[in-house]
Ligand binder design. Structure first.
Ligand code: SAM
Ligand code: DTB
Ligand code: SF4
Length: 336
């Protein structure tokens, strides 16, 4: 979708936008089930990058306790617990700029992935920048989806991160697609962006060929010590509108209502689900930040009569449209 189309959509009256998004949601996900995903930080803090929202950057003075790469046993214990609690996707995050094949840490991660992939959940990892060879190795080890967010528009990105570029992020996404992994790519609201920046992000993401398999929409969890610690909370109506626009722009993707749910009312979350969100992170911790307790989420889903999705480890990777250009690029941006 173009920016102009997205702007028209986003300026519809609230209920008209919700009605349209819900119709797209029902057409693509007739069972209306919600996917539960569990996150685990397998290597925490000490990251070389300067993403202004992130408590894991080594550049900011935060209270975060750094943690070296977890042992395979520790990761497997969390993964088994996640499966027992009903998660169908296990997402492992590492605070690295990227990974390089042949290094000890990459080999250790590959070893962990091989074992986690035997548990019957979708396996998602987010390890930063990847080259083509690393992407193939991760795919072979059993990764189903790779999370690499573009976070905001190409225009706003340099205000938030200076140690890598939007084009670096797009290159990794291309490598992930070429290796046959599904792409999980979304953004974060509340990082001093404009509504246009949010819609530009959707313009870029919706132009991927194939479109991403999932689109996480995070709301800033302000982390003390980071440059964005004092940012105001996102207006819940704007978040719901963003979810609705994401649902319409990337109709077949799981739209994941991601970080920031501890600050949302049940009613706001309900409207997000109606607008097309069909996946959440489940469990009381994200990577370093808080998430609602599992019991509270179960209560909310029960109150709404929403069922959860069964496991689908053989996740189908979205198929390329051969009539469109193959690689993601930010068509109208001057950055790439
Ligand atoms: N290092 C990897 C990378 O940069 O892709 C993976 C980890 S990073 C924490 C993954 C995503 O989490 C970011 O792209 C951002 O969207 C989200 N995120 C990080 N810190 C956040 C915060 N304080 N509040 C909300 N979302 C956050
Ligand atoms: C995503 O888009 N959100 C998750 C996952 N992908 C890796 C991470 C949210 C992190 C929130 C801040 C924290 O826990 O430090
Ligand atoms: Fe590092 Fe990722 Fe945090 Fe950026 S978002 S500082 S790359 S862990």
């Amino acid at each position: 979708m173009t920016l102009a189309e997205l702007q028209d959509l986003n300026s519809l009256p609230f209920f008209e936008l919700l009605k349209r998004a819900h119709a797209v949601h029902e057409a693509n996900f007739p069972d209306g089930k919600i996917q539960l995903c569990t996150l685990l930080s397998i290597k925490t803090g000490g990251c070389s990058e300067d993403c202004a929202y992130c408590t894991q950057s080594a550049r900011y003075e935060t209270d975060l306790q750094n943690q070296r790469l977890l042992s395979k046993e520790a990761v497997m214990e969390s993964a088994r617990a996640a499966r027992e609690n009903g998660s169908t996707r296990f997402c492992m995050g590492a605070a690295w700029r990227g990974v390089r094949g042949g290094t000890d840490r990459f080999n250790q991660v590959v070893d962990i992935i091989r074992d986690v992939s035997t548990l019957g959940m979708e396996v998602c990892v987010t390890l930063g920048e990847l080259g083509p060879a690393e992407a193939v190795m991760l795919k072979e080890a059993g990764v189903t989806a790779y999370n690499h967010n573009l976070d905001t528009s190409p225009e706003h990105y340099p205000n938030i991160v200076t140690t890598h570029t939007y084009e670096d992020r797009l290159r990794t996404i291309r490598n992930v697609q070429d290796a046959g992994m599904a792409v999980c790519c979304g953004g974060i609201l509340g990082i001093s962006e404009t509504i246009t920046d949010r819609l530009r992000l959707l313009e870029v993401i919706s132009s991927f060929n194939p479109q991403p398999e999932s689109v996480p929409i995070n709301s800033l969890m302000p982390m003390p010590g980071t440059p964005l610690a004092g940012n105001a909370q996102v207006d819940p109506f704007d978040l719901i509108r963003m979810i609705a626009c994401a649902r319409i722009a990337v109709p077949a993707a799981k739209v994941r209502l991601s970080a920031g749910r501890t600050r949302l009312s049940d009613e706001t979350q309900a409207l997000c689900f109606f607008a097309g969100a069909n996946s959440i992170f489940y469990g009381d911790k994200l990577l370093t930040a808080d998430n609602p307790e599992a019991g509270k989420d179960r209560e909310l889903l029960a109150k709404l009569g929403l069922e959860t999705l069964e496991p689908n480890p053989a996740l189908d990777v979205p198929v390329k449209n051969s009539e469109l250009p193959a690689s993601p690029a930010c068509a109208t941006a001057s950055c790439c």
